[in-house]
Write a protein that binds this ligand. Sequence first.
Ligand SMILES: Cc1ncc(COP(=O)(O)O)c(C=O)c1O
Length: 464
Amino acid sequence: MTRSALNSAHARDIASVLHPQTNAGKHLESGPTIMAHGEGIFVHDDEGRAYLDAGAGLWCASLGFSNKRLAKVAADAMGSLGYYQLFRHASNHAAIDLSEKLLSIAPVAMSKVLLQSSGSEANDTAVKLVWYYWHSLGKPERRKIISRSGSYHGSTCVATSLTARSDYHAGFGLPLEGFLHTGSLNFYREGRPGETEQQYSDRLAEELEAMILREGPETIAAFFCDAVQGSSGALLPPAGYFDKVQAILRKYDILLVADEVICGFGRTGHMWGCQTYGIKPDMVTCAKALSAAMQPISALLLNERIFQAIVRQSEKLGAFVHGSTYAGHPVAAAVALETLKIYDEIDVVGHVKDVEKTFLEMMKGLMTHPMVGHYAGIGLIGGLELVKDKETRTSYPSSATVGARLDASAKRNGLILRIVGNRIAFSPPLIITHDEVAELGARLRRTLDDVHKELQSLDPAASD
Ligand SMILES: Cc1ncc(COP(=O)(O)O)c(C=O)c1O
């Protein structure tokens, strides 16, 4: 059946599906790329083309795009107890086993696990628990939440408010009141001439402290951060950043929530981004690789301080009145538990550490390309900054539509790229091999060559 036939999947998609993070008008003309199956780190569309997905879908398909072992676990779980909930003292074995396992591998001592279905939900709930905590101490005025410029924390109203990107707020009247955004991690762009990374971190810490003092420390409830900031193109924290920032949070008794939705489960070369950077949070949110993205499940890990607040409030108010239908879903929990078993068996963290060198070398090798101005990465997460002029670090203007060109050219070269503004972010499946990293690099170089040629043909003077 051709793409244009009225009853093709392509046409039916246009007629019926509203796509997230997509230009709705353009989609009416372009239609979808329909993925039909996956094998290892490759996905195949319904027209027979195979793509190496350099972003593991949305930073999540840690074990690749199909897995018979997880499929069997899901089928068995569904055949035995396909659904139950955790409300009003009800429980199920998979939810118990998974919570226990998460506590045993938590980056710092944690007390309890609250299971939900997505990263956004986990972050949204973390904000509620921050507010609940301060209410329990009789300090409801501690309400403001600080996150970092360029961060993405999800798409519910609160998670979008934590998200410090104007493109996510535009048209929705967000962020909500009381969500404050502080300095960006982008040392390459924001660092001053002659400034070291340590000095840049000092400056970010000073800016944070100035914001806290300006707002009034007694009104600040919590600070949200991820270890490596995926959504702004895989930005690494500048040297010394977390030590300096955490010292300030401790000084003003501000809660710290670590968003491990991308960084959790080996991505940065340790089980948690918190371990890679010495972050000591009060709460941790995780999702995505928790179930190798094969089931929608997230977890919020909370320490004893937060749990005791929940006990106090439950006694005062009658119950902890929060929860959702699929929290602790036995099928999703069983798949997550099996995923964590697989990580142990294949030593996923050891594998990431092993492949990291090849991955960093692949990015470094691309620095010889005229379009690549900077690279940085850790574990199996990293990014390239594209520039029109390496010397002056001038970016391409939006009129050059570099992102759209790269996306199209990458697909022609059998590659799916995550492009964020002027950056390409990489977070390949954690099972990627040395040879596959080299293949990723080769496909990317061909892609960059094609786009560079296109840009030169448009404006020969502008893209040398
Ligand atoms: C750091 C981070 N936090 C939260 C989220 C939201 O997770 P979800 O899409 O599962 O709601 C994402 C999604 O990409 C993310 O990258």
